[in-house]
Design a protein around this ligand. Structure first.
Ligand code: MCN
Length: 783
């Protein structure tokens, strides 16, 4: 089928996006709309000793100036982290209170203290500057290692030593013993740099309070509107769930940063009730740098041991994770269950131990960013493998091959049970496509031009579609991670699919419709995908962790099974045939082997007219399903990066980037390739350029694009992409997630290539020209 599973269909939603017809939150305009501007702390750590709002209140257009005491006085609850992690001594995590508007203390630059509501955005901003906040500055700490040190400034009274938890996984004694007996041990300090998410559309919220029936509507840039509604009502006490509608309309990218409930959404809803006005807030780019949850920021020490044959005997990791000033919705799960559980990589490692300490600092909260924990795990394992190969004089590809897992299912010592994969096949494809055999020649040729050429590998594995709900719940998550769907066949045969997944750039309106069109043989344009509105879709868990294909589409498949069963019953009754003989093909419902058939729309009509249905059958043709996956899916791949470094400037050029990925069944190769391109570009950004920097006083030094460098077109090469499919045995379509793979696999490939080029393994991300140049200078013998 030209539009079904496997077809390179152009994204149907792009018509409205590229013609400027998308409807984003900031496009929503209400009649009585007012605007919010936040008064934010200029200090990283201070006591708030007074707020004088008289000048602001007297300014033109100002409707209200509201502060944290009023907010908490109205019973609005603290922002919470929804995943409980237990420390190795059995204690619960130390969660400091986070009020949407700070009351007595601010803990990072940008922490909101008050909000001004005014007739125009400009008036609100001007008045926000006129609010006089009295601060008593406190010492600040931004570096996680320093925050753990004796005598460091303390952020939360209930978190002594700024420690949120001290967690471990794996067997420490067995790992220590294995490393003690190893023939070779490679040890690396590893920094995973802090990055800013930088979605193209900044965060925005429009809150509407309808006094007549005490009902709230929130339009917001969310990746999971249902979870937002649940949390806003159940934990923050903003409104009862049935009196709150949350709509996430078109959303221009999230990359994880729009999963959480932020202070601004809570405040706008509350301010709408307080003022009787609809309240809109749209983040400026500066606010985005200051207040969007950041990603990564791990510092680790890692040791990997090998026997005399080059087989891995043990891996020991000690990680400190910087959580920023408060715990955000999923932050606690990122350096634990999304990170340490992937430390086996693609390798058969019998002994693994990982210790993670999560730490408060005076920086913006850190939570999931594309990959969330898995890039940190992959980076650590793949930097170790490459470095170990170099230290042992082994070929990096061969060392990996020697340790690849080849039999499935495979139980790792860190919880995960890998279901399928072909790691040799991925590497074979990548090496052939990257012409690894010709690399030495290319390196010589580059040397003749005065350039340092290097090649780096990364064999990543990741886990998508966190599952199953029972296990996730037992590991501390507040919610299970199933997904819902409803498939409605209309009387004329067109199909609406309501899904709990949310698309904010991934092309669900196309790929989800492809799967439905494929199943029922109907044209793609007769299927519409409805998502992002709690009034339309009953419940859903939203989109993150590359779960929408594996979990969301599986729910749709389940609902389609039920629709198909009913369609067959109706057709069997009408065509006087046995149900088992009915087949659905090419938009028709037929009796196999005969010319008796009904057009698809005739079945729809029969279901709704209802006068010729089988006895006891209810009219209508809509079915729902909740799908709870039995396991994660495990996409995996082999990435090879080839770079040329200019020794005179330290500038790295990525001359070739090859990715061979296994995403199971592929619905739309073009969309999947787009996902890989985007992910790899973000991975290259982290490896070469991106870095959030705070000074010691907690001022954000990278608060604009003048100082925070994003990858540009010339930083990314034309990619060579290969697919190597092993079907996922655990979901109906056999697919594995693809949305984060690029961001997970790319950073180690890039850094491994640069370290190969310059002959120094000591490089930490980002590999800026200055850093690389200095390393070259240090290793070169003076002439
Ligand atoms: N797909 C497919 N075949 C497969 C797997 C997926 O055709 N074997 C399709 C899916 O149907 C979907 C797309 O590829 O259209 C991505 O699917 P999936 O891997 O399931 O990921 P999600 O849809 O759940 O998206 C989440 C993922 C994550 S976690 C981040 S972060 C991310 C990403 O997707 N953020 C993005 N890609 C992004 N792309 C854009 N443009 N913007 C973001 O914010």
């Amino acid at each position: 089928m030209t539009e079904g599973i496997g077809a390179r269909v152009k994204r149907t939603e792009d018509r409205r996006f590229i013609t400027g017809k998308g409807k984003y939150t900031d496009d929503i305009r209400m009649e009585n709309q007012a605007y919010a501007a936040f008064v934010r702390s200029p200090h990283a750590h201070a006591k708030v000793t007074g707020i004088d709002r008289s000048a602001a209140e007297a300014m033109e257009g100002v409707v209200a100036v509201l502060d944290g005491h009023q907010l908490t006085g109205d019973g609005i609850g603290n922002i919470i982290c929804g995943w409980a992690i237990t420390s190795k001594d059995g204690s619960a995590m130390n969660m400091g209170a986070w009020s949407a508007l700070a009351t007595d203390r601010v803990r990072y630059v940008g922490d909101a203290v008050a909000v001004v509501i005014a007739d125009t955005a400009a008036q609100a901003r001007l008045a926000a500057e006129a609010v006089e906040v009295e601060y008593e500055e406190l010492p600040a700490v931004t570096n996680a290692e320093k925050a753990l040190a004796e005598g460091a400034p303390q952020l939360h009274d209930n978190a002594p030593g700024n420690l949120i938890y001290d967690w471990e996984i794996g067997e420490e004694a067995a790992t220590d013993e294995a490393l003690a007996g190893a023939a070779h041990v490679t040890e690396l300090p590893i920094v995973n740099n802090r990055v800013s998410p930088n979605a193209m559309e900044p965060r925005s919220a429009v809150a509407i309070y309808d006094e007549a029936d005490e009902h709230y509507t929130l339009y917001t840039t969310s990746q999971n509107p249902h979870v937002a509604r649940l949390v806003l009502s159940a934990f923050y006490n903003v409104a009862p769930e049935h009196k709150l509608r949350v709509v996430a309309p078109d959303v221009g990218g999230g990359f994880g940063s729009k999963i959480y409930i932020y202070p601004e959404e809570i405040t706008c809803l509350w301010a709408s009730m307080k003022t009787g006005r609809s309240v809109k807030w749209t983040s400026t780019r500066s606010e985005a740098f200051m207040t969007d949850a950041h990603g990564r920021d791990h510092v680790s020490k890692a040791r990997i041991g090998f026997d005399t044959e080059g087989k891995i005997v043990g891996l020991k990791v000690d990680t400190i994770a910087n959580f920023g000033a408060y715990m955000s919705l999923f932050s606690s799960a990122v350096p634990t269950y999304l990170y340490a559980t992937l430390l086996s990589g693609q390798y058969d490692i019998q002994n693994i131990h990982c210790n993670v300490r999560a730490v408060y600092t005076n920086t913006v909260p850190v939570d999931a960013y594309r990959g969330a924990g898995r890039p940190e795990a992959c980076y650590l394992v793949e930097r170790l493998m490459e470095t170990a190969a170099r230290e042992m004089g082994a070929d990096p590809a061969e060392l990996r091959r020697k340790n690849f897992i080849t039999e499935f299912p495979h139980q790792t010592p860190v919880i995960m049970n890998y279901d399928s994969g072909d790691f040799h096949g991925n590497l074979d494809k990548a090496m052939a496509a990257a012409d690894v055999a010709g690399f030495d020649e290319r390196r010589k040729e580059a040397a003749a031009r005065g350039k340092l050429r290097g090649l780096g590998y990364s064999c990543y594995i990741e886990a998508c579609g966190i599952a199953p709900s029972a296990a996730v719940g037992s590991l501390g998550a507040g919610v299970g991670l199933w997904e819902s769907a409803e498939v409605r066949v209309n009387p004329v045969g067109t199909i609406e699919v309501l899904t709990g997944s949310h698309s904010h750039g991934q092309g669900h309106e196309t790929t989800f419709a492809q799967v439905v069109a494929d199943r029922f043989g109907v044209p793609l344009n007769s299927v519409s995908i409805v998502h992002g509105d709690t009034d339309k879709v009953q419940f859903g868990m939203g989109t993150y962790g590359s779960r929408s294909g594996a979990v969301g589409l599986s729910a749709i498949s389940r609902a389609m099974d039920k629709v198909e069963a009913k369609v067959k019953k109706i057709a069997a009754h009408t065509l006087e045939a046995a149900e088992d003989d009915i087949v659905i093909e090419g938009g028709e419902v037929k009796v196999a082997g005969t010319d008796r058939k009904m057009a698809w729309h005739e079945v729809g009509l029969a279901a709704y007219t209802g006068h010729n249905l089988p006895p006891d059958m209810e009219p209508g043709l809509k079915e729902g399903a909740f799908y709870d996956p039995v396991n994660f899916t495990f996409p995996a791949g082999a990435y090879i990066c080839e770079v040329e470094v200019d020794p005179d400037t330290g500038v790295t050029e990525i001359v070739q980037f090859t990715a061979a990925d296994d995403f199971g069944t592929i619905i739309n190769p073009m969309i999947v390739e787009g996902q890989v391109h985007g992910g790899v570009a973000q991975g290259i950004g982290q490896a070469l350029l991106e870095n959030v920097v705070y000074d010691d006083a907690g001022q954000l030094l990278t608060g604009s694009y003048m100082d925070y460098a994003m990858p540009r077109a010339w930083d990314t090469p034309f990619y060579t992409l290969e697919h190597n499919t092993t079907v996922c045995p655990n979901n109906p379509l056999g697919l594995k997630g693809c949305g984060e793979a690029g961001a997970i696999g790319a950073p180690p490939a890039v850094i491994n290539a640069i370290t190969d080029a310059i002959g120094d393994n000591d490089l930490q991300m980002p590999a800026t020209p200055q850093k690389v140049w200095r390393m070259i200078q240090a290793t070169q013998t003076p002439i």
